[in-house]
Design a protein. Structure first.
Length: 195
């Protein structure tokens, strides 16, 4: 059981931790690390869909996305003792997932986008569907580095700080890569006559 004390509005762990616990994920991590392994299921249930969607957007293959989602949670569990509480658990988990996706892309180097493009909901009107398809096609043509930063920022809607953490780069580098990626997208869309 985790013992906590209330110290004037901030919750501190009684084991000598100096940082205030800012979210429930930190408490769950502490439960898991104190031999309450079943608590890890709460984190899996909470983040399984966003991690799966990240892989689906980056790899365009459902089977690979499912497999890598499971592998990400296994790796995160194994690395849980190294988790640093000054970070959000979600950002830390995303960093593991992004690394998994990049390693998978390097191994495959050939993308199968048909299954992913077929996931566009039927209720979208034709124009929106066409726009989405053109944009996804353009994003797929980007280099891995550019594609990754676009997916994290615009599809997964991470903050600049979260993208920086996930990619282990500075926020300034994130902004620079996004700028370059947007220029590349513009060029690709101009070549297709869509811009």
């Amino acid at each position: 059981m985790i013992r906590t004390e209330n110290t004037g509005g901030s919750l501190k762990v009684a084991d000598g931790g100096r940082k205030p616990i800012s979210d429930e994920d930190h408490l769950i991590v502490r439960h898991v690390l104190s031999e309450s392994v079943n608590a890890y299921g709460i984190l899996i249930a909470k983040y399984q869909v966003p991690i799966y969607n990240l892989f689906l957007r980056m790899l365009h293959n459902r089977e690979n996305a499912e497999e890598l989602t499971q592998e990400t949670f296994v790796r995160a569990y194994e690395a849980l003792p190294t988790f640093r509480y000054e970070y959000r658990f979600f950002s830390w988990l995303y960093r593991i997932a992004v690394n998994q996706a990049l390693n998978s892309q390097k191994a495959q180097k050939k993308y199968v986008g048909e299954e992913y493009l077929s996931n566009i909901p039927a209720e979208l009107d034709e124009k929106k569907s066409e726009n989405s398809e053109h944009m996804r096609g353009a994003v797929n043509q980007l280099k891995d580095v550019s594609k990754t930063v676009i997916v994290l920022k615009y599809y997964q809607q991470l903050t600049y700080q979260e993208v920086a953490f996930a990619l282990n780069i500075t926020e300034k580098k994130v902004r620079s890569r996004l700028y370059e990626a947007r220029l590349q997208l513009k060029t690709i869309l101009e070549k297709t006559g869509y811009y």
